[in-house]
Design a protein around this ligand. Structure first.
Ligand code: UFG
Length: 329
């Protein structure tokens, strides 16, 4: 494992969980974040350099000052719906950030990067579960920015010899089992937080976006993976690169899908409260079903999700949404 790691977006949801895992594994963690979406109080395991990735001067200074050996790059705008309405903002931030980061790494001589990609790069898959060799044809600007970043990594690998791991997350969920950090988005658009907020009365009824999908109960199916499992996969990806085993692109999911209605049932079991719902029309850009084939991550990194029980994932998220007594087992 590299000892000194720069974590861009380390004040955000997945980034902060990864910082905790890195620190626990003995790495020195430096967070680089412009705090546009992240939270300064989630930076607990190393210094925070407040800066925008497109600010090359600050970025290069941080890489040099902390003698960084590898980068984990989370910092990006990540709302599918928002990206449809403001594509320029997404291209500017997500691609501009990646360009500046690769240039700064090249200038300073940092050669390893783990990148936060997404199953959104596959668009509507031709087959399920999704394997890494399937066509990547994203159906929204957010997914296109993530795919373009993967292309940049591949080109930079050829041009400058950098080594990368592009990790294509399915649906990140849950929170730190010790309760130090959790999921805090503003606005919140994700299913599990909104269902928990509906159960606690913090928010109104949960709107189910589409009940007429060609799935067993008519609602969309997603592969929910615990954020701590994602963090663990990042550590393994760093080890993989440090061992000189070469660049990779890997799906990170559990391999199991849960429907919106199954998630709602899990929230009701965990909280002991009903989730009021309203059936609504489909949300634009939602594929009916997305599940990962996790075999390649297992073969390449020896990684498999530890949290395979949806109730446990929900139980870890619950205390962040007004369910103080929810099981945290
Ligand atoms: N859903 C509802 N009601 C809500 C919110 C969500 O029915 O109020 C449904 C969605 O339609 C979808 C499922 O719950 O079928 C999950 O939705 P989320 O918004 O929680 O997650 P997404 O699958 O849309 O998005 C996630 C990440 C994105 C990533 C995407 C890849 O948040 O960053 O997976 O598909 F791009």
């Amino acid at each position: 494992m590299p000892r000194r790691v720069l974590v861009t977006g380390g004040a955000g949801y997945i980034g902060s969980h990864c910082c905790k895992a890195l620190a626990r594994a003995g790495a020195e963690v430096v967070v680089y974040d412009n705090l546009s979406r992240g939270h300064a109080d989630a930076v607990k395991w190393g210094p925070l350099v407040e800066g925008d990735l497109r600010d090359r001067v600050t970025l290069e200074a941080a890489l040099r000052a902390h003698r960084i050996e590898a980068v984990i790059h989370f910092a990006a705008l990540a709302y599918v719906g928002e990206s449809v309405g403001a594509p320029e903002t997404y291209y500017d931030n997500n691609l501009g950030g990646m360009i500046a980061l690769l240039e700064a790494m090249e200038a300073v001589g940092v050669g390893r990067i783990v990148f936060s990609s997404s199953c959104a790069t596959y668009g509507t898959p031709a087959q399920l579960p999704i394997t890494e060799d399937m066509v990547q044809a994203p159906i929204n600007p957010y997914g296109r920015t993530k795919l373009a970043c993967e292309w940049m990594l591949r080109d930079a690998a050829v041009a400058h010899g950098i080594e990368f791991a592009a990790l294509r997350y399915f649906n990140a969920a849950g929170a730190d089992p010790e309760g130090e950090i959790g999921e805090r988005h503003d606005p919140e658009t994700h299913l599990i937080p909104l269902a928990l907020m509906a159960a606690s009365g913090e928010a109104g009824p949960l709107r189910i976006f589409g009940t007429d999908y060609p799935t067993p109960d008519g609602t969309c199916i997603r592969d929910y993976i615990h954020v701590d499992d994602l963090a663990e996969a990042h550590l393994r990806a760093l080890d993989h690169l440090a061992a000189g085993r070469g660049s990779v692109a890997l799906n990170l999911g559990t391999g199991r899908g849960s429907s919106v209605r199954e998630v709602i049932a899990a929230v009701e079991r965990v909280t002991g409260r009903p989730v009021p719902v309203i059936a609504e029309a489909r949300r634009a850009g939602d594929p009916a079903e997305l599940t990962a084939d996790p075999s390649k991550a297992r073969e390449t990194l020896g990684f498999a999700a530890r949290y395979t029980d949806l109730d446990q994932i929900v139980a870890h998220a619950a205390p962040w949404f007004g369910h103080a007594r929810a099981l945290a087992g």
